[in-house]
Design a protein around this ligand. Structure first.
Ligand code: SF4
Ligand code: SF4
Length: 331
């Protein structure tokens, strides 16, 4: 894989500092049942890294110490960590809101039949990836058969009450572009998803979040090998909006790797860029002693992926697009 970091390290991205911590995002490991072309984690079926229970216990202690409200679980496929159910049970018992970043196909994997009913019983918010409502686009990005499998899995979640406002089980979907272009306006795309998924498959969901592809890891390598890296980063940089820097996720979220080390976001974790960019990596246990409030954030060229256009975060767009704003593309 071609390394995009040397092209991103020197950057004029504005300096940022942290606000109060609201979310602990735990990466439970890089194991995944599929292997997507855009995956910034470089996750897949052969990865073996995973968070152990003592590290999870430490994370819960940090959450209690700093009155963190949300535990955001990601991977890989977080449910493939054997301690997933223990962690969710302990976090819910401690009164935390839990979000699971779900690759819906895991629900159909043999041995993972428990996933959907378990999430519903624990009232976990599900954030499910469905990068397009077109079968061809999804399968091109994620692999053959992934779209059909995802649709069946989303129906299963609906059967359990997800996406039904009366039941209060939240199902949000994630869209990311199938190539080197910015996401289209979130509100308009959400309306298209609602209409198409309902009419075609009878699927309901709460919100659609649009995320920009980051020029790092597998996608960064793809851009370099196709001669599109500089052009794509140029598109991100040209679309930067300063007002988006107030709401980027790294201000209130800290990303934790499977060993307990801290990063300003999941992207920085994958780049090996420690929290604040200092030489000594910080660990969860450091957070038991002192908070991160006001600490500097490690920024570089990829950060324009969060501030371009309508902005992008793990909760989707940051602002609504300007009237008449067009989708920028690299062909
Ligand atoms: S499902 Fe998610 S974690 Fe797994 S390979 Fe695809 S993008 Fe990566
Ligand atoms: S890439 Fe990470 S550090 Fe940079 S702006 Fe986005 S969330 Fe913040």
């Amino acid at each position: 894989m071609l390394d995009s970091w040397p092209r991103l390290a020197a950057s004029d991205f504005p300096a940022l500092r942290r606000a109060a911590l609201a979310t602990l995002q735990l990466n439970l490991g890089y194991l995944c049942n599929i292997s997507c072309i855009h995956c910034h984690v470089d996750a897949g079926p052969r990865r073996t890294e995973r968070m152990d229970r003592p590290t999870m216990e430490l994370a819960l202690a940090v959450a209690a110490r700093h009155r963190v409200g949300t535990l955001d679980l990601t991977g890989g496929s977080p449910e493939m960590n054997p301690e997933f159910r223990w962690l969710v049970g302990a976090a819910r018992g401690a009164g935390l809101h839990v979000m699971d970043r779900l690759n819906p196909t895991i629900i159909e994997e043999p041995g993972y039949e428990w996933v959907a009913p378990f999430l519903a019983d624990a009232r976990v918010e599900v954030v499910a990836s469905l990068p397009c409502y077109s079968e061809a686009n999804v399968d091109e990005q994620r692999g053959d058969g992934v779209f059909e499998s995802s649709i069946r899995a989303l129906r299963r979640l609906n059967d359990l009450g997800y996406g039904d406002p009366a039941r209060g089980l939240v199902l949000n979907l994630i869209y990311n572009p199938n190539g080197a272009f910015l996401p289209p306006p979130q509100a308009a795309l959400e309306a298209d998803y609602v209409r198409f998924l309902d009419e075609r498959f009878g699927i309901r969901f709460n919100r659609l979040f649009t995320l920009a592809n980051m020029p790092i890891k597998r996608f960064g390598s793809w851009l370099i090998s196709h001669g599109k890296f500089e052009e794509y980063v140029g598109v991100l940089r040209a679309a930067h909006r300063d007002e988006n820097t107030a709401d980027v996720m790294c201000r209130t979220l800290v990303s934790v790797d499977y060993r307990g080390y801290l990063y300003d976001c999941d992207f920085n974790q994958m780049l090996g860029l420690p929290q604040g960019g200092g030489a000594a990596p910080r660990h969860l246990r450091d957070l038991l002693a002192e908070p991160l409030d006001g600490a500097p954030i490690a920024v570089a060229g990829h950060c324009y992926g969060c501030t371009a256009g309508q902005g992008s975060s793990c909760g989707g767009a940051l602002v609504m697009p300007l009237p008449g704003e067009r989708q920028k593309t690299v062909d």
